[in-house]
Design a protein. Sequence first.
Length: 92
Amino acid sequence: MKKYKELIFTSLLIILVIANVFFTVSVSASGAELTNIEKTQSTLSSKNQELTDKITNESSLSSIGEKADALGFSKPENIVYVTAVEPVAKLP
């Protein structure tokens, strides 16, 4: 009976050691994957900030004015305002 208890205890101990090794490797792999994801997130956040700055600079009024001048657009010399047309027949 004592041999049987020792066999069960030894088997249980081996199973627990194997489970511990498995979970340790699993946690280490997850940590490495998390590190890669955080690095990718940092890179994408940096690129997003860079693109946001570029959009802000390119859409500024001075930048748009310079581009308009380069394309040959000019400021209007004579501005004409068109008013709404009165209906032909209207009730008194």
